[in-house]
Design a protein around this ligand. Sequence first.
Ligand SMILES: [Zn+2]
Length: 87
Amino acid sequence: MTAARKRIKKKKLSRFGRKKKCRFCGNPSLEISFKNEKLVQRHVSDRGKIVARRVTGNCAKHQRMVAQAVKVARFLALAPYVREHYR
Ligand SMILES: [Zn+2]
């Protein structure tokens, strides 16, 4: 274990690392919409999958809204269902 890691551990780090906070709860002005291209892109992996809650740190409520926005964006061809060249 490196010295840097030890120092972090002292700061009451749980086994699972730092607890992530939901960005949308922290900042209510952030709009979850399929029209928000940046947001949709950020919640889609490079394979086209919706990024999991444990990765993004979103709460259940907001993750549902994000997932719905991504699905609408896919339907409107704003986001990919799957990237073909990854086959
Ligand atoms: Zn939230």
